[in-house]
Design a protein around this ligand. Structure first.
Ligand code: SF4
Length: 370
């Protein structure tokens, strides 16, 4: 019989735990469920649930957002992007457009979309006008884009692809001197597409407990209990606490579309730098639909150096689980959802935005430094 959240909490409270256990999640959906359900407050004090690299909008390279803005302003194109991307700020003087929203206010044809099929519809509606789809996201967002490209898209539709794989960011943390967590709750949706096997390196190579979780408090608490038991028994293995949807091998059709249309290579993460084998890139066979090939003049090497987070913004450390949102000096002061300084306060998957939505207010201690 499935256990309820309350029962899982009782099991967790009954465990004899070390003085401090840090469990990282790497999914904006997980972080939202944990925060909105108040799981942190319900768990023992020595358990820390740390939001990690789970927000694709937050790590989308500044140079890609800048390129999208320039395309919208300087080319005769319609620029479409998922809604979150429109408010992501870049580092330019205030006299220039700092986001796609501002580019739209200055006359750029920028349109928010909710799915890749909308991009196709917009392109089909005006075949003479080039449409650029700024596609930023993790595996779950990139797979439908790959499916769309594999199926065939209108001649006037191109992709500015900024797709990222989640596991290499975790691998980078685990290979570092201070990973900052003792156990991992792996992302259910990513595992649904790519297969849970992608996460076996966590337990097999690094001997860190791990469990794949779904998005309900029950599933998240089941995964939490699982990794705690693994810690206690010193027997790490990859547990699947989302068996309803996560199957061995993932989704073969989605993976085949990714394989057909994209290759995996090194990629930049905003504020973090280059992570090996962490990016999806369109294959040369699809160059006719690759906005980077069609509009090469906007690839600005200089922006790669400038492309950190906005001044004072600690998003990169928040994304890597090194800092809680409320520890940022700007949280709730200079930076709010109405006036976001960094991408973590823009995106629905950003930890700062999620914590703010749940009512977390600035930590007075952070006023003196973070
Ligand atoms: S509160 Fe704002 S400035 Fe601080 S890390 Fe989050 S997004 Fe960046």
């Amino acid at each position: 019989m499935p256990q309820t959240a309350r029962q899982w909490l009782e099991h967790i409270r009954a465990l004899e735990l070390p003085e401090r256990v840090r469990i990282m999640n790497v999914c904006g959906g997980h972080e939202r469920s944990i925060t909105m359900a108040g799981l942190r407050g319900a768990l023992p004090d020595n358990l820390e649930l740390i939001p990690g690299p789970g927000c694709p909008v937050c790590v989308c390279p500044e140079e890609d957002v800048y390129t999208a803005i320039q395309l919208a302003l300087r080319e005769q194109v319609t620029l479409v992007a998922f809604g979150d991307m429109l408010r992501v700020p870049v580092n330019v003087p205030k006299s220039e457009a700092r986001s796609l929203d501002q580019a739209r206010a200055r006359g750029g044809d920028v349109r928010p979309i909710a799915s890749p099929t909308e991009a196709v519809r917009i392109a089909e509606a005006d075949p003479q006008r080039p449409v650029v789809f700024f596609a930023a996201g993790f595996e779950t967002t990139t797979a439908p884009v790959a499916g769309m490209v594999a199926e065939g898209i209108p001649d006037n539709l191109s992709i500015l692809l900024s797709g990222r794989l989640t596991w290499p960011a975790v691998a980078m943390l685990l290979d570092s001197e201070a990973p900052g967590f003792d156990a991992l709750v792996a992302p259910g949706h990513v595992a649904t597409v790519m297969g849970p096997e992608e996460w076996e390196f966590v337990t097999e190579r690094h001997h860190i407990p791990a469990a794949v979780a779904g998005f309900s408090p029950d599933s998240l608490l089941a995964a939490t209990y699982s990794v705690l038991r693994q810690l206690q028994e010193e027997r790490p293995f990859l547990d699947n606490c989302y068996p309803e949807l996560v199957r061995p091998g993932g989704n073969p059709a989605a993976k085949s579309c990714l394989e057909q249309t994209m290759r995996v290579g090194d990629a930049t993460w905003r504020g973090i730098g280059t992570i090996p084998d962490s990016g999806f890139h369109l294959r040369p066979e699809y160059a006719a639909h690759d906005a980077r090939v069609l509009f090469p003049g906007y690839a600005d090497e200089g922006r790669k150096r400038a492309g950190e987070m906005p001044p004072g913004c600690d998003c990169a450390r928040v994304v890597l689980g090194k800092l809680y949102p409320t520890d940022c000096r700007l949280y709730g002061k200079a930076c709010t959802p109405r006036n976001p300084v960094g991408p973590c306060m823009v995106s629905d998957e950003g930890a700062c935005r999620i914590w703010w939505s749940a009512g977390a207010r600035p930590d007075p201690e952070a006023a003196t430094g973070s």
